[in-house]
Design a protein around this ligand. Sequence first.
Ligand SMILES: [Zn+2]
Ligand SMILES: [Zn+2]
Length: 140
Amino acid sequence: MIADFNAYSYLLQHDIKPSVQRLAIVNYLYEHRTHPTADEIYEGLLDEIPTLSKTTVYNTLNLFQQQAAVLALTIDDKNVRFDIDTSDHAHFKCLNCGKVFDVPAVLNSVTSVTLEQGFLVTEKHLYLKGYCSSCNNLSK
Ligand SMILES: [Zn+2]
Ligand SMILES: [Zn+2]
């Protein structure tokens, strides 16, 4: 996690030129650790930035992903979800409520792969699915 979060310096650290839209999207992701989709981010920011377009949100998230400022999660078959926490951790998706939870994990210890020489890993994802504690209790 990032202590004393500053959206402006966060963007600069990732070689991204800060703009009003980019700062708003970074702040939204920092404040909403629910792994929102691009549409959720767009809708969440529309009041604050009425001129925001969906295309801008999509393009900005693509740029953030390229610069490793966010993780793009494909745990959900319908939507890509975004996470500002790029540290090593796994994700758990509840099949009932659809929430995606962070799971502390050292991915190196659970994903052991042997690649041919010359291959370079730039992303590691571990997706767990099941029922979260509240949904699991309801079904009992
Ligand atoms: Zn649940
Ligand atoms: Zn996460």
